[in-house]
Design a protein around this ligand. Structure first.
Ligand code: F1X
Length: 332
């Protein structure tokens, strides 16, 4: 089972405009939808839709409209009750595909809620093959909270005499930097190129003064930086590159997967679906190339859907993805 943790969930609101956004003006939206979100929640939504066994862990009141919607969608969910409402992040989409995202900070989590979440995560990790820690940390949690989860999950597994789950992390900024700089190692992180450059800088790794989005199809720079980040005790780095696909850098392989041509409707949650595709294939015994094909198939299919809708397995066809694998043995 793949257990996901979303400490700062959101009831994502997507507002579609038929005309370009004009700042400072009153405009009429063409349509608006609201979907349960937050990165770990999206991973669980995509896994569940693809028929995989998953459990989403998050803070939220049972009566919160987001939790009600998540359960109505049939996503296996366990919550630690909180009194504050789950935040609502807003996405504005304009004709031509421009997307503007406004993320709220989220409600403050108390120390008691943090402890209850930690207990729940440790307990449910006993049945997990993968544990996914995803998204920002809400106010009230220390930036090293992810490192604390990893430590406690591994200590509990050692006490039980069982294998700890593999750990995948999809976060950015200080929480990710604090985790990578800590003594805890993780199996996989999933940054985009911007987030990888930001992480490398925080670790004192020199990065070129260029916009990672302008790198073009030559991913040598990205792989060189990923290799230096890998040396901080990581098993692999899955770097999502938008319309250029994705690259996996691990100690044993470099795998490049090309994105298919699509008409992008909304990229919100596409990275989360890429991670879900990777884990889904990993659960089903695929090798690194197979995991990357499913990652890119899922990410591209999600980007072609409106809002943060997740694709079905039929929509995320991994057979259509071109993948090249370059085996290697990287010294750690
Ligand atoms: O504010 P965070 O936690 O970094 O990201 C939250 C979020 O932007 O991530 C998902 C898309 O990846 C959305 O469902 C959600 O609104």
């Amino acid at each position: 089972m793949i257990v996901t943790v979303t400490l700062n969930p959101s009831f994502d609101r997507t507002i579609d405009l038929d005309v370009p956004l004009e700042r400072g003006q009153v405009q009429r939206a063409a349509r608006a939808v609201q979907e349960p979100g937050g990165k770990g929640v999206n991973v669980s939504r995509a896994l569940h839709t693809a028929g995989a066994d998953t459990l989403a862990l998050l803070p939220g009141a049972a009566t919160d409209p987001m939790i009600v919607a998540l359960r109505a969608d049939g996503i296996p969910t366990e919550t630690v009750p909180v009194s504050a409402a789950i935040r609502s992040n807003t996405t504005i989409t304009e004709p031509g595909g421009t997307t503007t995202k406004l993320n709220e900070p989220g409600a403050i989590l108390t120390a008691a809620t943090a402890t209850a979440l930690l207990d729940l995560i440790v307990s449910r990790s006993a049945d997990a093959t993968w544990l996914v820690l995803a998204g920002s940390l809400p106010p009230g949690l220390d930036t090293d909270f992810y490192a604390r989860i990893v430590r406690e999950v591994r200590t509990a597994a050692m006490r039980r005499g069982t294998t700890a789950p593999r750990i995948a992390v999809d976060s950015s900024g200080e929480p990710l930097a604090a985790l990578i700089a800590s003594d805890e190692s993780v199996d996989l992180i999933k940054p985009n190129a911007d987030e990888l450059f930001e992480l490398a800088t925080s670790l004192g790794i020199g990065v070129p003064a260029i916009d990672p989005e302008s790198l073009g199809p030559d991913d040598a720079v990205v792989i060189d930086i990923a290799d230096q980040v890998l040396a901080h005790g990581l098993g692999g780095i899955l770097i999502t590159l938008g319309s250029r696909g994705a690259v996996l850098a691990s100690t044993t392989d470099v795998v490049r997967a090309e994105a298919p041509r699509i008409i992008a409707r909304s990229t919100v949650g596409a990275g989360d679906c890429s991670l879900a595709g990777f884990l889904l294939a990993s659960e089903r015994g695929a090798d690194a190339a197979g995991c990357m094909a499913q990652a890119v198939a899922h990410g591209a299919a999600a980007a072609s859907l409106p809002g943060s809708r997740v694709p079905t397995l039929e929509q995320a066809n991994a057979d259509a993805i071109a993948v090249r694998r370059f085996p290697r043995a990287l010294a750690q």
